[in-house]
Every structure is written in structure tokens, then in C-alpha cells.
Design a protein around this ligand. Sequence first.
Ligand code: F6P
Ligand code: MG
Length: 445
Amino acid sequence: MMQSNSMQLLDKWKSAKDGLIHAPRPPLAGKHTGTFAFYTIRDRIPVILTKVINDVNQALFKLPADAPPATAEEGKAVIERLAALRYQMQRDHPMRPLEDSLPDAPVWNEFLATYWPNAGHFQAAWLAQECYVYRRIREALALSPAWADYDPFRLDKAISLEKSIPVLTLLSAHVDGLVQHAAADAADEHARATALGELIMFSLWGNAVDLSLLAGSHSLDTAALGDKMIREAAAGVVVNDLDRVVRALLALRGGRVDFVLDNAGFELTADLLLAEWLVAAGLASHVVFHVKAFPWFVSDTTTADFAETLDTLAPHLPSRVAHWRALLSEGKWRTHVDPFWTLPHAYYHLPSFPVADELRMADFVIFKGDLNYRKLVFDCAWDVTTPFNEAIGPLAVPGVLPPFVSLRTCKSDVCVGLTAETAAALEGVKDWMVSGKHAVISFKE
Ligand code: F6P
Ligand code: MG
């Protein structure tokens, strides 16, 4: 479908009053005291910003003696800008327009002026606000040329991946068997369905590792998580379309599968194992990994993180990483960067952005993680029994996107697609929406 047609179909989701695309239910927002959004803006993001300030400060201390004086001066300016952002956020100041001249700044500023003019951090939609904070971190760095490409989350990502190596080594050995049989078992659909289901579960639970939830501590027990992945994968999956997803993927014969990636390191490795199997089984001839254009939500995968994950794993999983690198150099795998993934827009807006054309070249799309889910369902106050196809608005219209699945562990106050029975059973479960112990596999045919 061409972009202009996509624009027309969006009309149905535009408000009659102002012609804009608003959340179909009240958006989650920090102004609702006691919600996860409120605590995130009041407590979690300030901790993340303090960590970023400390990281830049440490980097300043470590500057070589012969570094140009401007580098230190510019670094101090970065810290001042970050501290100002923290101050403005905590006092609910308006989310001012961006002041850098990066290519995405006009789109950001148009969005802010259109949807949240002069809105304070607690007043705006949490989705827009939280994305804005990461874009302001980007601004704080970009305004100091010597620091423009600095990743203040790099160390966190590296430490987390190092800690995951033992469990990833075990997982990789386990996947060896699944990959060896992938092609050989072509006639045995049951064996293939089981292996594929297992790999999807690894990729799903890999999303339980999200460094923004840890707000910088390194206490995550990845070994226990690996155990959970292997032994109790289905427990905790509150919306489970796995069988339909497996059937749809098994029907591919050498198609293209796109991953809209989330976190680097552990989660990315689980995603790569799934992608490897899809190619080995002949289901995907090409896999495209959509990465973030700049450091985002602490642990999301950038192009540099993709390469760094492979570099870190190479000494531990030499033949596997060599194979992945061969897939990349043969063009069977590739990464793709698009500015859309680091904009604040919910995916109701996706059909009017060029990235929709790229996604339509895929036969199947896998959206990873919590933030992608929030954007798919517009991060608003849906009743939990709302069908997924209703909550994704224009994305459910045939032809707008290929079939897709959202693999997400629940880490925010929004969830749809539950049966009435599951909803009732979860009523008494404290914090089930945000604890990361529950998950959804939600499929759009
Ligand atoms: O900080 C809030 C949040 O959006 C949560 O929803 C989630 O914990 C995290 O940030 C991002 O999670 P993910 O890496 O799974 O997208
Ligand atoms: Mg993430």
C-alpha cells in the first residue's frame, strides 16, 4: 500500500475536533499519583539521569592529559544540561522545544507543539515524556561536539552482558541441538514447531532484562532468568498466541523476517538465536534487525551495541559468532536504522512515516519489548480485556503491515487481550502489570 493510501486510512483515527491522532483512551501520565508512570517520573528517571551525570563525570576524570581543553569544558556543559533537565522534570516544568540541530529535531518540535504545547513532564502523556527525556539526553551531548557520539549507557550495557555470559553459553549449547535439526527435521513439523516455540519463548523472556527497570544497579540474576526461560517459559504468559505465531512462521518459505529490536546484550542474543534458527530452517532467507539511532531507554540496541554484543560473545561462542558474522557479510542478515524508532509517536502514526514502506517488505515482523508494546497500543487506559486488534487501531487494517507479533514482558500499566478469566485471576496479583514476571505474545494476522 502506498503512503498516500496509508494517510487516508489514518483519517478514521483522527479526532473530528482537531484532525489529530490522539490516544483513544486517556493516556497514561505522571499526573495520576500512585501509578507506575508517576513513580517512574518522580523516582526512576531522576536516578537514571543521576547515573548519566556520574558516568559523564567519570569519563571527564579519565580524559587523557593531552586531551584538548575544550573536551573537558564541553563535558562540564553536558553535565550542567543534564542537571537542568533533572531539575525541570522534577518541578514539572514545560517540555521545551529541542535546541540542537540534529535532523530529527524539527519532527520532535512539531510533535511537541502540536500535541503537548507547554505541557509539564507530569502533565503530558508518559509515553511522550519518557521518550523526550532520552532525546534531551541526546541533546545535552550533541550540543557539545566533543561528546556528540558519547553513549552514557555503554558501561551499563557492557557490565550486564558480561554477567549474562554463563547463562548465554548454556543457552547457546542448548540451541545447537535445535539448529542442527532445523533443516533435517523439515519433514517433522511437530519437531520444528516445538523448537520454534522454544526459541520464541527465549526471545520473549530475554526481554525481562531491561536496564532501565534496574535504574542502574547490577543485581539482575540472569542465571535464574535462564532457568525460567528453559523450564517455565509458558507460566506467566497472560496472553498467549504462540501457536498461531508458530503456524504463521512455519508457513514462510524463505521469506523476510524483521525484528524491531529492544535491548542489547542478553535479549539481543536470544533474538539472534531465534533469527539463526529461522534461517537454518529455511523459513527466512533474510532477517532485518531494526536498531535505534542513538542511546535509548538505557539498554536499547544501537548499531554500535549490535557489533559490541558480537565482539563480547566472540571469545565465548566462537563458531556461533563467526556464523552470525558470515550471515551479515552475505547480506542474509542486516541492521537497519530509522529515526522513527526514537520519536515519541505511538505506532498509530507509523503508516504515515517512510519506515512503514520498509516494514511492508517483510513477510513477518517481530516487535520486541515493553516500549514497542506501549507504542503499538498507544499507552493508554485500555480495559485489559480489549482485543489486541482493537487496541492497535490502524495497524489492524489489512495491508498496513505484514503479520506481526509483540513479544513483551509486562513492565508498564497497560495490557490488553486478556480473557475475562485471566483478568479475574490476575486481579489479586500485586503489581502483575509492571513486575516483569508476566508477559504477552500478541499476534496480528
Ligand atoms: O521506564 C518505563 C519503561 O518504558 C517500562 O515500560 C519498561 O520498563 C522500560 O521502560 C522499557 O522496557 P523495554 O526495554 O522492554 O522496552
Ligand atoms: Mg528497552
